[in-house]
Design a protein around this ligand. Structure first.
Ligand code: PLP
Length: 408
């Protein structure tokens, strides 16, 4: 094991992990859905409401200045975290979903013509499919999906072959939320750039598990979500190349995003504020700033190394369960294990595991096309984080065995 990494040291920072469910110690294996929050994040949110709650970028009084400094400070932390290049390249959003919709409506929609294509992959989350379908339907464009192999690895040569001159934009998950596949996004960005095709990377599942450097990836847009990164819900961001943000029209209009307004016309603020109409989730972003401080302290390289070991351990342990089918065996994958037990519905597995204190997700994981590829309506999914332990994996496998004997 990663000798220097002691998950127990960090567990104590997450108050919720100490609770019991149905009288059993909670084993929280639903981290790809949303991650738990350390005390420092809870304190940051609480501190804003207790000590300096005020709106941002409007009031000159002390509370307003403190709130604005903390909120914009969170943007700076996130910009450094992603190596954004500049704080003006980071639009704060409610999450990945809003970030991708912003690109779909503000960047893609005005550019799409009948016959154009948007290229995604078979393993995308609905957030990286449906917004493209919506703008495609308005313009006569189509959405195409590059295939994957039986292990859940993107067929890069097929992806490349599909990058025809008709493709106006490509969208690829950095890490699959269902099968954990880590896609070679820098290589994909290189292929796209060589053809002048802008690339959006959906980084929802990458940011909590590995260091992300948007400039090193070389993509055009990078969408992320804060609640999977141990921050509050309703937080996230779109990073984009400066020239794109400058060229894109605003998506939402209202307060905070203008320089001047008259009935003769409105002059918009510069990016990123041009895309941030209305009062934002101030407390949430202050919490996200604390979450970023937290993961930086733990160290993303250490998190990644520990989770790789835990994934190997959990994979071997699951393979010992008779009748268990594992989905996704990419050589380069994050600690996400989708599975089914022969003859048992995924929801029954998740319900019975809950009675043993184990929280896993079951269902289609917002990835219907991937379920269709595997020929199943649903899977159960255990998604691990750095605060999970081998002992929890052992208890999970014992609970699974109980479920299997009861239902299979
Ligand atoms: N993309 C991926 C790969 C995801 O896992 C998720 C969340 O499950 C999303 C997008 C959507 O994120 P959010 O709901 O935070 O906008």
């Amino acid at each position: 094991m990663n000798a220097a990494f002691d998950p127990l040291r960090y567990r104590a920072d997450f108050p919720l992990l100490a609770r019991k469910v149905h009288g059993k110690p909670l084993i929280y294996f639903d981290n790809a859905n949303t991650a738990q929050k350390p005390q420092t994040v809870i304190d940051a949110v609480d501190g804003y409401y207790r000590d300096y709650a005020a709106n941002v970028a409007r009031a000159v009084h002390t509370l307003g200045e403190q709130a604005t400094a903390a909120y914009e400070g969170a943007r700076d932390k996130l910009a450094a975290f992603l190596n954004a290049g500049g704080r003006d390249q980071l639009v704060l959003t409610s999450g990945t979903t809003q970030a991708i919709n912003l690109v779909a409506y503000s960047y893609a929609l005005p550019r799409l013509q009948p016959g154009d294509e948007i290229l995604v992959t078979q393993m995308e989350h609905h957030a990286n499919i449906v917004p493209w379908q919506l703008v495609a339907a308005r313009t006569g464009a189509t959405v195409k999906a590059a295939p994957i192999d039986a292990d859940g690895v993107l067929l890069l040569d097929r992806f490349e072959a599909m990058l025809t001159p008709r493709v106006r934009l490509a969208g690829v998950a950095h890490v699959s939320n269902v099968i954990g596949t880590v896609n070679p996004v820098a290589e994909i960005a290189r292929l796209c750039r060589a053809r002048g095709i802008p690339l959006l990377v959906d980084g929802s599942q990458a940011c909590p598990h590995q260091r992300v450097d948007v400039q090193a990836i070389g993509c055009d847009f990078y969408a992320m979500t804060g609640h999977k990164l141990f921050g509050p819900t309703g937080t996230g961001a779109l990073w984009a190349r400066r020239e794109h943000l400058q060229a894109m029209p605003p998506f939402f209009g209202g307060g905070e995003m203008i320089r001047t307004v008259s009935f003769d016309g409105t002059v918009f603020a510069d990016p990123p504020h041009k895309f941030e109409a209305g009062t934002p989730n101030i407390a949430g972003f202050i919490g996200l700033g604390a979450a970023i401080d937290y993961v930086q302290r733990v160290g993303l390289e250490r998190i990644q190394a520990y989770e790789a070991e835990l994934l190997a351990y959990a994979t071997a342990a699951l393979q010992s369960v008779p009748g268990l089918r594992l989905f996704g065996r990419a050589p380069h994958k994050a600690a996400v294990l989708s599975f089914l037990i022969e003859g048992v519905h995924a929801h029954d597995v998740a319900t019975l595991l809950d009675h043993e204190g184990v929280a896993v997700r079951s269902g289609h994981h917002c990835a219907h096309p991937l379920m269709q590829f595997f020929g199943v309506p649903a899977t159960a999914r255990a998604s691990l984080s750095f605060y999970n332990t081998r002992e929890e994996v052992d208890a999970f496998v014992r609970a699974l065995d109980k479920v299997r004997r009861l239902l299979a």
